[in-house]
Design a protein around this ligand. Structure first.
Ligand code: PSV
Ligand code: MN
Ligand code: MN
Length: 386
């Protein structure tokens, strides 16, 4: 197989998971600009996600957030997804929107609050059993605002205890993905602030505990691809929450602010085993001012473009230049791949998959946007958090 054919074959097997909450209304703490036609139910979020998959061919699963996507019958919800050609993916827990969690959830000083939080996480595993989801994604808003507010070490002990109980409950083939975030909503300490803390907990828990890299959760200037390379080497990269940032946890469209960073990350993914490394490719985004479905289609395409470029890196030439200490030559090999226009290649890939080569235009022509505006009247439109 030629290198181009191999790249095409790999691109056809890529899977990018989209988040249910990205289809809902969202905003900043200043204003939520409600959009017409936004889903009113988890089922309607799945209907929209199915459109993203229909036109891109590489977004076959949808992440749920509990309780935002709470339903009485998860088996029926999984069937609804299947009927539309997608499936339910990662289950995201929520231990940050209840009054009880003012001082944290699994790290809270009060054992009763910790119990409530752990019970929610266990409920999420029950839901995974019903939906057939393989991954439980945990992000904790836990932390402190003031020095001395709570004991840093005791909070780590409480976290370890909670994680261990949930890890024990996992069924065969299920994994725990632990997400870190530098700061916010707590500003002095965050209980899982970085990959090192997440990794240390995962190591103690066992091989099915892995770290999630949310690209928006780092200090400016952090070399995220180094973290990716390290976690892949240690076989502890659970996956990505892709999004893009200018300042902090902006949750903008992946690849929009810094496509070169996304390429460098995907280069390390390819280098570290690619799509067979066990890393899940998920989006964690919100679309506050732009139309949501086309923004998600665009995001999936951005991931594809970065992946295509990473797959085109001439690995042999790069290794040779590195061996020879050819600094400029090695850099040039990488930049050659990055500077390749892969849009034609991706059009061909889509045509070979029986898709329209231009997913955004195909979506526009489909009339789905007009249809949901006309049909989704009445009821409460879902929002980030509902
Ligand atoms: C909050 O920062 C956050 O964006 C985390 O990244 C989670 O993955 C997401 O919310 C959903 O809980
Ligand atoms: Mn995230
Ligand atoms: Mn985030």
């Amino acid at each position: 197989m030629t290198e181009l054919a191999a790249a095409k074959a790999a691109l056809k097997t890529q899977a990018v998971e989209t988040p249910s909450w990205a289809y809902a209304n969202s905003g900043t703490r200043f204003k939520v600009f409600a959009q017409q036609g936004v889903p009113r139910t988890p089922q309607e979020k799945l209907d929209d996600a199915a459109k993203v998959h229909e036109f891109t061919g590489v977004a076959p699963s949808v992440a749920l957030h509990i309780p935002w996507d709470k339903v009485d019958d998860y088996t029926a919800l999984a069937e609804h997804a299947e009927d539309r050609g997608v499936r339910l993916g990662t289950i995201n827990s929520n231990t940050f929107q209840d009054d009880a969690y003012r001082l944290g959830s699994v790290c809270h000083p009060d054992a009763a609050v910790r119990r409530k939080a752990v019970d929610h996480l266990l409920e999420c595993v029950d839901i995974m059993d019903a939906t057939g989801s393989a991954d439980l994604k945990l992000w904790f808003a836990d932390g402190t605002n003031y020095p001395g507010q709570d004991d840093i070490r005791a909070r780590q002990d409480r976290l370890a205890e909670a994680l261990a109980e949930v890890y024990e409950r996992l069924g065969e083939g299920q994994r725990m993905l632990l997400e870190y975030k530098l700061f916010e909503p707590a500003f002095y300490t965050t209980d899982v602030p970085d990959w090192g803390t997440a990794y240390a907990h995962c190591l103690k828990l066992g091989p099915r505990a892995r770290v999630v890299v949310d690209t928006g959760h780092h200090a400016p200037g952090t070399n995220i691809e180094f973290i990716v390379a390290t976690l892949l080497r240690e076989e502890r990269l659970g996956g990505f929450d892709f999004n893009s940032r200018f300042y902090a946890d902006d949750d903008l469209m992946v690849g929009s602010a810094d496509p070169f960073q996304l390429f460098r990350i995907m280069h390390e993914v390819v280098r570290g085993g690619g799509f067979t490394s066990g890393a899940a490719f998920m989006l964690d985004q919100c679309h506050n001012i732009e139309a949501k479905i086309p923004a998600i289609i665009r995001s999936v395409m951005n991931v594809q473009e970065a992946t295509a470029k990473a797959l085109l890196v001439d690995a042999e030439a790069l290794a040779a230049a590195q061996r020879d200490g050819d600094v400029l030559g090695a850099n040039a090999v990488l930049m050659d791949a990055y500077n390749t226009d892969v849009r034609l290649l991706l059009r061909e890939v889509r045509e070979e998959m029986g898709l329209d080569p231009d997913p955004i235009e195909a979506y526009r022509r489909s009339g789905w946007a007009e249809r949901i505006v006309a049909e989704r009247v009445g009821g409460e439109q879902a929002g980030w958090g509902a």
